[in-house]
Design a protein. Structure first.
Length: 138
């Protein structure tokens, strides 16, 4: 977890690209959703994991520049899909589609990892830690 916090801190001083932050956010949201799937399978409460993933995906959604073209519009639809799967899992305390949400995030992460940096940059407004709901102490 320490390396993730350092990544987010380094955004402010310009040593980490927004693209790298988006990739890390996808990784973190995937991890939270995978943990939620495990908790649901074990009959435990996944609320915390679902909330964290929801905050990340919601932050990514609000960072989209919807005037940037087709890619931003497609990302919007994918983020809405993931958020809907999270909502249903939270309300029903079962996993009717979290695996699909994890798959979407994994494919998005893979796409951003291979995408030219300029193209990735053009889909979102500049990211800040507060834009994705991250508030770090110290």
């Amino acid at each position: 977890m320490g390396s993730r916090i350092e990544t987010y801190r380094n955004v402010g001083n310009g040593t980490v690209s927004s693209r790298h932050v988006v990739i890390r956010l996808y990784e973190t949201a995937e991890a939270h959703l995978n943990e939620a799937v495990t908790l649901l399978a074990d009959g435990e409460d996944p609320t915390s994991c679902l909330f964290k993933a929801q905050q990340i995906v919601g932050g990514l959604l609000t960072a989209l520049d919807l005037e940037a073209g087709d890619m931003a519009q497609k990302l919007l639809q994918l983020y809405l899909f993931v958020l809907e799967r999270i909502r249903v899992a939270h309300e029903e305390h079962r996993d009717p589609g979290l695996a699909a949400a994890v798959e979407v995030l994994a494919r998005l992460r893979e796409g951003f990892e291979t995408m030219p940096a300029e193209e990735a940059h053009n889909t979102a407004r500049p990211l800040t830690m507060s834009a994705v709901g991250l508030h770090l102490k110290g």
